[in-house]
Design a binder for this molecule. Structure first.
Ligand SMILES: [Zn+2]
Length: 404
């Protein structure tokens, strides 16, 4: 049951039920397109006339269009409804320690152009200026992608609840940076900034292709320069009071472990991040600061060596799998998710380590069945962070209306 807040409630008005039904129709079109009015009426269990009125409103918003007539066994050819993805685009931006990547997608998050990249920059203000210029160039050069409805920015770090301010990004070395306003001012476009893992989980639970996302709690774990976790419940992000919920990467596995970027010792991140994997392989100390970070071999190199049969590389990856499983068990104990999505370089080695990951997750889970949580890999080629950034802009139009 959902509590009605005595301070932020919204009283139902005459149009409220219609607003809710319109969003239901919009989401049915989104998930099952193309769909006819008659089909929509059947699925919603309402009369054809009621659906037609909702559809007219959706056509007026420009979110839906009526397409070519479909085939019908009785010879009558109903007009089909589609989500309008042809004239509008979203710019998705992923800001990481090593580089910033830009992708242009349609309103449902499908890539329209090749991904482009701008180099990392230690000065956040200069970086935002370069980013704005790159986005401007891209949209001028490719008018065929349509009108840009907004820029979604996914960033590794803690973003505040209110204004898209990056409070703290240890791997980037940025503190209290306003990303939203300067980018908005420079491009004249709406901008949303969010922690990359929160963006990633949002994209997964709102995905329309492939296996449908489950209801209930779902986690996305990104294992890369650091380890971030995003949690969503029934399609809504779990933010916490300061947008800091889900910092499992900084839950210690060992209080005497290596020094972490956050200042603590032995965080999960210090056992599974890229630098941790490389350090374990080389037999060096994975402790922060970054100045002692080894650049080679990379995690990708270690995976390649393991595939060539090198024992040390395979052991390094299996140990990483063991630590990953222990961290997953912590997530299971905290939120009992229906599914954990995993992104990052290590996913390329999943066939080598999945049995170890699952064994260690089962060993550490308190309740037996909880150790059976479904793990789904999201490969780097699927651009989970960029899809997440796009979702920041595209998802709100499909969300349920706030009514209490
Ligand atoms: Zn930490």
């Amino acid at each position: 049951m959902r509590r009605i807040s005595p301070t932020t409630f919204r009283v139902a008005r005459r149009g409220t039920s219609r607003e809710i039904n319109r969003q239901i129709a919009l989401n049915l079109i989104r998930e099952r397109q193309p769909v006819s009015r008659a089909e929509l009426a059947r699925q919603m269990g309402v009369r054809r006339g009621a659906v037609s009125r909702l559809v007219e409103e959706l056509l007026d918003t420009g979110l839906v269009f009526e397409g070519a007539k479909g085939e019908s066994p009785r010879g009558r050819k109903p007009r089909q409804l589609y989500i309008e993805t042809r004239r509008r685009c979203v710019v998705a931006v992923d800001v990481t320690f090593s580089h910033t990547v830009i992708m242009v997608t349609d309103i449902l998050g499908y890539p329209l152009l090749e991904v482009s990249e701008i180099p990392a920059q230690s000065q956040p203000r200069r970086h935002v200026r370069e980013l704005a210029r790159a986005i401007g160039r891209l949209l001028v050069e490719r008018p065929d992608v349509g009108e840009c409805v907004g820029i979604g920015v996914a960033v590794s770090g803690l973003v505040d609840l209110e204004g898209g301010r990056l409070k703290y990004a240890p791997t980037l070395g940025w503190h209290d940076v306003d990303l939203l306003e300067p980018l908005k001012a420079a491009t004249g476009l709406p901008v949303q900034v969010e922690n990359s893992c929160k963006a990633c989980v949002l994209a997964q639970v709102w995905a329309v292709r492939g296996e449908p996302p489950p209801d209930g709690p779902v986690a996305f774990v990104n294992v890369s320069d650091g380890v971030g976790v995003g949690i969503a419940v029934d399609g809504t992000l779990l933010r916490g009071a300061h947008n800091a919920a889900g910092e499992f990467g900084h839950v210690p596995l060992n209080l005497e472990g290596p020094r972490c970027s956050c200042g603590q010792k032995g965080c999960w991140e210090t056992y599974v991040s890229k630098r941790a994997v490389v350090a374990r392989y080389r037999g060096t100390d994975p402790s922060w600061p970054q100045s002692v970070q080894a650049t080679s071999p990379t995690v990708e190199d270690i995976i390649a060596r393991a595939r060539e049969g090198e024992t040390r590389a395979l052991e390094t990856l299996r140990e990483t799998g063991d630590f990953l499983g222990r961290g997953f068990a912590t997530i299971v104990k905290a939120i009992d998710p229906r599914r954990i999505y995993v992104g990052g370089e290590i996913t390329a080695a999943w066939d080598l380590i999945s049995a170890t990951v699952l064994d260690s997750m089962r060993q550490d889970a308190v309740v037996r069945n909880c150790g059976e949580t479904v793990i789904r890999i999201v490969s780097l080629g699927e651009h989970p962070r960029l899809r997440g950034a796009a979702a920041l802009i595209s998802v709100p139009a499909f969300a349920a209306p706030a009514i209490s």
